[in-house]
Design a protein around this ligand. Structure first.
Ligand code: GLU
Length: 272
């Protein structure tokens, strides 16, 4: 038996890429779970969550109940975070986005934009400096000290169904955020925690999240979580999606439905 899941964030209506991802997960497993990744309350909306159920049902998908909604499990993420903190692999980061961008630009060489690796500015702040900042009420995120964590875990590997057995290189992503300034969890922490808790055997998701898996493998080792296999699939947003958008005026599944497209046509278009 293989348990898979589809884990969308209700930050907008589903588009054709999501349909591909959901169907991919359904076909890769024997048990199929749906998880609503709604920890970022500022961006998530109930109507988008309702849209997810509507669109998936329209595609002919069925999923097990109850659906796990991350916003209802913040205590679980806090407990995982506390365990990591007790291992000494977390540090407080007071940097703003602008400060990080400036620092990265100053150092040079590092990739710019959203993909930039955090330069480690707050990693070695003195206890006095941290205390002063906390006293002044400065907001902070919690970052994973990847070098320290790797020291504890030792070398790690993971498996992707297409790419094969890989050495984990979490340094690629740098010291990722595990608890954000605005709410006490992050995608990396919540996804690893939930995949373990829900007994997911095979994590299927877009290849855009391939590099994140390196850090997920490290978190699994630190927290003693089971290690699923992975299968990162191609993204269906390119040419086909755009052509479809031009012809129909949009690529959300609701748009396509309203243009008279039926689910069978979508399935054919996706061509899994
Ligand atoms: N919630 C993530 C997204 O919508 C997917 C997470 C995952 O599949 O690991 O992009």
């Amino acid at each position: 038996m293989t348990v898979t899941r589809f884990a969308p964030s209700p930050t907008g209506r589903l588009h054709i890429g999501h349909a591909f991802s959901a169907l991919f997960a359904r076909r890769a497993g024997t048990r199929f779970l749906l998880r609503i990744e709604d920890i970022d309350r500022g961006r998530c909306r109930p109507e988008f969550e309702a849209g997810i159920y509507e669109d998936l049902a329209w595609l002919g998908l069925e999923w097990e109940q109850p659906v796990r909604r991350q916003s209802e499990h913040m205590a679980g993420y806090a407990a995982a975070l506390a365990r990591l903190d007790a291992m000494g692999v977390l540090y407080r980061c007071f940097c703003t986005r602008a400060e990080i961008a400036r620092e990265v630009a100053t150092i040079g060489g590092a990739p710019h934009g959203a993909g930039a690796v955090y330069p480690g500015t707050c990693r070695h702040r003195s206890p006095q400096d941290v205390a002063r900042r906390l006293e002044s009420g400065a907001a902070f995120a919690l970052r994973l000290d990847v070098a320290k964590a790797l020291h504890i875990s030792g070398p790690l590997e993971w498996t992707d169904q297409d790419a094969g057995r890989l050495a984990a290189v979490p340094e690629k992503l740098g010291d990722v955020v595990l608890a954000r300034k605005d709410f006490p969890a992050s995608y990396h922490l919540a996804v690893v925690h939930d995949d373990n808790l829900q007994g997911i055997d095979l994590v299927t998701r877009g290849v855009d999240l391939f590099e994140a898996t390196h850090v997920h493998r490290l978190l699994q080792a630190l927290l003693g979580y089971r290690v699923p296999d992975y299968w990162h699939h191609r993204l269906v947003v390119g040419e086909d999606g755009q052509r479809l958008a031009k012809r129909t005026g949009g690529t959300t599944l609701r748009d396509l439905r309203e243009q008279g497209m039926d689910a069978d046509k979508i399935l054919k278009y996706i061509n899994l």
